[in-house]
Ligand binder design. Structure first.
Ligand SMILES: Nc1ncnc2c1ncn2[C@@H]1O[C@H](COP(=O)(O)OP(=O)(O)O)[C@@H](O)[C@H]1O
Ligand SMILES: [Mg+2]
Length: 268
């Protein structure tokens, strides 16, 4: 059998290859739990995720190849429009609706390093994706149409999951002028958050919670990323690369929280 075409767009997982209409990824402790979740999404009629196709003869997990374009860093102008935010918000809303009520199998195992394991799971509302990094959103006809890389999926809350999407796509992570991607250099980020909120249909409660939650998440990313750098050389490299951005993101998120909340409670 052919070795397949290496897929190197992501940042974390080695050894991902495409073979025909399938993707082979290393089997991890959480892979079968994620496949059970993907099977539920398929059965619920959500078409924006890979299909789970089990494990191959080499012991790798098999998923369907999701056709479309994936944008890396920095997001190009065509990934920076408000129409993109609107489509992403609707996609995530559909994911949330499809996920609601799903009960993970007994003995479920979830992924994530200490830095992104999150601490919001005491009262989870659903299982969701939790990692809307640029490389995990597949575009078709210029708009987000599907999600891939469910490695960090686990029980979470709706507003936490929304905050993760806005972290990468508002973008709250790169709000500081020194970190802005050129395509979003002059963007009104609080306004973009409100555009997403309207398209998703965020409740008044979620709108009130979002900005303080993001400020807390930014602080934790910064702290946890430093802590996990000491545990694992892979995370150490990510920390060295991202430490200044994370520190600026933390300061920016707390400074901007009132403006984000104000924008969320005003009609757009
Ligand atoms: N099911 C899939 N369909 C299409 N492309 C995929 C799929 N899985 C992975 N890829 C491609 O491989 C890249 C890396 O895969 P990903 O699962 O995101 O791994 P990582 O953990 O490294 O982020 C993606 O950005 C995408 O381009
Ligand atoms: Mg990825």
């Amino acid at each position: 059998m052919s070795e397949g075409e290496p897929l190197t767009g992501g940042s974390d997982t080695q050894g991902i290859v495409r073979i025909g209409d399938t993707v082979r990824r290393p089997l991890r402790p959480f892979s079968l739990t994620v496949q059970a979740y993907l099977a539920h999404l398929r059965d619920a009629g959500f078409a924006g995720a890979p299909l789970p196709l089990g494990v191959d003869e080499q012991g790798r997990e098999v998923l369907s190849f999701v056709h479309g374009d994936v944008h890396g860093w920095p997001p190009p102008p065509e990934a920076a429009g408000e129409d993109v935010l609107v489509a992403l918000a609707r996609l995530i809303r559909a994911l949330h609706e499809a996920s609601a009520g799903w009960v993970p199998p007994p003995g479920a195992v979830w992924g994530g390093s200490p830095a992104n394991s999150g601490r919001v799971t005491e009262r989870p509302e659903l299982v969701s994706h939790r990692d809307y990094a640029l490389g995990n959103v597949v575009f078709r006809d210029g708009l987000p149409a599907a999600l891939i890389d469910f490695d960090l999926a686990k029980p979470t809350t709706l507003v936490y999951d929304i905050a993760n999407a806005l972290w990468f796509w508002a973008p709250l992570k790169w709000g500081d002028p020194r970190d802005r991607p050129p395509a979003l250099a002059d963007a009104d980020i609080p306004h973009r958050v409100a555009v997403f909120a309207d398209a998703y249909g965020m409740t008044a409660g979620q709108r009130a919670e979002l900005a303080p939650l993001v400020a807390g998440i930014a602080r934790r990313y910064h702290e946890d990323s430093r802590a996990s750098a000491e545990l694992n050389p892979v995370w150490r490299e990510a920390w060295e690369e991202g430490r200044h951005t994370l520190s600026r993101a933390e300061a920016w998120a707390s400074k901007m929280a009132p403006a984000i909340t104000a924008s969320l409670i005003q009609p757009t």
